[in-house]
Design a binder for this molecule. Structure first.
Ligand code: UD1
Length: 418
């Protein structure tokens, strides 16, 4: 298994171009199932997760071709309605094929994502959406079996709590349902807006995306389109924190500051200087950060996917900060690893209290999930001595050429092959 070896090397300075958003690309790829024409995605990020989705779509009989950062998808043959466990278990986002398969074929059999049981890591909202659209859904042998022999029908759907994935499945399925669908309390993330814009380019009739009420007028068929994936706000946010933690200055190109309001506000409170224009963010930091409290929330709140990275910054802040995680239980798995590097953190329920220390020290640490792994890399950039980050495959799920991008700005990160 590969691991990363990181030596501190002072401030990061330079320019980084942010890749296309993983979390936008994954649902966009699934939208290709809704038409027998070609869907072309530009700015497609080359990542373990997008390749896993590519393999899953190919197993459904979709033709796909990768040319640099352009992906073309075409589902013009006999589509296989079965998303098998072996491919689905690699990534929870695989559940996003459910809505498109059902809308296009009237039937779908999709494995529950790995270790996933209704109740603990649920897909109940995805299922609720399909049932509201008229599908008959049952669970059998670890699979979601859904049928809508006469096609899906529009309905009024109120989400009891906000779910990004369930909103995306709803958008895709309702685009081809009969009649009108209204989604109340949907997710408002930029990735939702990007998916809606792509569906509209494919002929869907959608209004209100990005607001608390989305209406969709179903159409019989969708056509092909060419769509550019939005920049990855989580990658951009992670690099902004890299600039702040090393007291450096980075210009992030292909970054939308308005997608990162909550983070940029917190970084400013911590002492960073931030300048933005429509496609770039310039961030610099000259002092040790000040402690700032954050609470993760659905967009436009502070993203849970940047919680671990911000916590790393707070580990070396002056003062004590409270980091509250409200989206996922058990999303503090990076805490014991940061503590091995000298961080002073106490967790109680969904709140971590971080007492800033003057410096972290390098240590061998283990990545536990995608965002936890980048938080350990950020810690390694400033920890005295050498840090090794194991299980780097977590990082490869969501960060495109991470070492190359950071090393070009002065970081010293090497990938060691075992
Ligand atoms: C997406 C992102 C992920 C991000 C998350 C929250 C992708 C591919 N992944 O994940 O990076 O961390 O949004 O911003 O876009 N829930 C239910 N029932 C369901 C579905 C979700 O209870 O059927 C719960 C989840 O357990 C979680 C919360 O709702 O506690 C939010 O999850 P959701 O927004 O659905 O996250 P994902 O779409 O899986």
């Amino acid at each position: 298994m590969d691991y990363l070896e990181i030596e501190p090397n002072g401030a990061l300075n330079g320019t980084i171009t942010v890749s296309g958003a993983k979390n936008a690309a994954l649902p966009l790829m699934c939208a290709g199932l809704l038409t027998d024409d070609t869907l072309t995605l530009e700015g497609w990020p080359n990542l373990a997760d997008t390749h896993s989705m590519n393999a899953l779509l190919q197993s459904l009989n979709m033709s796909t071709a990768i040319d640099g950062d352009t992906l073309t998808l075409r589902a013009n043959g006999a589509i296989n309605p079965i998303a098998a466990y072996d491919l689905v278990r690699k990534m929870r986002a695989s559940i996003l094929v459910l809505g498109p398969l059902l809308a296009r074929l009237g039937t779908a059999k999709v494995s529950l994502p790995g270790g996933c049981a209704i109740g603990s890591r649920p897909v109940d909202l995805h299922i609720m959406v399909m049932e509201k659209l008229g599908a008959h859904v049952r669970l059998e042998d670890g699979y979601v079996l859904a049928d809508a022999k006469k096609g899906l029908s529009g309905n009024r759907i109120t989400f009891p709590s906000i779910s990004v994935g369930a909103t995306e499945n709803a958008l895709m399925a309702a685009s081809m349902a009969k009649g009108e669908t209204t989604l109340l309390n949907p997710a408002r993330e930029p990735e939702i807006i990007d998916l809606a814009e792509c569906l509209i380019a494919m002929g869907a009739k959608i209004e209100g995306h990005g607001s608390g009420c989305i209406s969709i007028q179903g159409v019989d068929t969708l056509h092909g389109a060419r769509h550019k994936v939005i920049p990855d706000r989580i990658e951009a946010g992670s690099f902004a924190i890299a600039a702040a933690i090393t007291q450096g200055a980075l210009t992030l190109k292909n970054a939308h500051a308005d997608h990162l309001d909550a983070l940029l506000k917190a970084l400013t409170q911590a002492g960073a200087k931030i300048k933005t224009d429509t496609t770039s963010i310039n961030i610099s930091m000259q002092n040790r950060p000040k402690a700032v409290n954050i609470t993760t929330e659905p967009y436009p709140g502070f993203p849970t996917d940047l919680q671990a990275q911000f916590m790393t910054l707070m580990c070396i802040a002056t003062g004590t900060s409270q980091i509250s995680e409200t989206i996922f239980e058990n999303r503090f798995m990076h805490v014991p690893e940061l503590m091995r590097m000298g961080a002073d953190i106490r967790v109680s329920g969904g709140v971590a209290e971080v007492q800033g220390v003057e410096a972290l020290t390098g240590a061998p640490v283990m990545a536990t999930d995608l965002r936890a792994s980048i938080s350990l890399v950020l810690a390694g950039l400033v920890a005295a001595g050498r840090t090794t980050v194991g299980r780097v495959y977590h990082l490869d799920r969501g960060y495109d050429r991470l070492e190359e991008k950071l090393n070009a700005c002065g970081a010293r990160i090497s990938r060691i092959k075992e």
